[in-house]
Design a protein around this ligand. Sequence first.
Ligand code: AMP
Length: 116
Amino acid sequence: MDCLFCKIVNGDIPSNKVYEDDKILAFRDIAPEAPCHVLVVPKTHISSTDEVTAENSAVVAHIFECIPKIAKLGGADNGYRVVTNCGPDACQSVQHMHFHIIGGKQLPAHVFPEND
Ligand code: AMP
């Protein structure tokens, strides 16, 4: 399968790793939008949150169990935001489900800064 994040998980493409266990990998975004900008992905291929099912959702729970420690490892020690984009309207650019952890600075109060 020609999936960028599967290639990163398999080590075929290098990444700046923040955390790894048997189920998930967390690595720094190549185009960070904050001092802490880490992506967390399941090692198994799930295209997007649209593809989460009763059979594969345990890895989503595991990701959220690990997010606090990944955020600290990534440099967000005073709060952070978790974002996932799903589908064209959300501008999902990599079709392997991933959660952005963004922090390490004061973020705008709203997801849409023009509403501040
Ligand atoms: P999204 O737009 O939500 O699909 O997020 C995809 C993210 O992957 C973007 O923030 C990109 O900067 C990031 N990205 C793309 N290629 C790489 C890569 N090779 N290593 C790390 N992050 C990447």
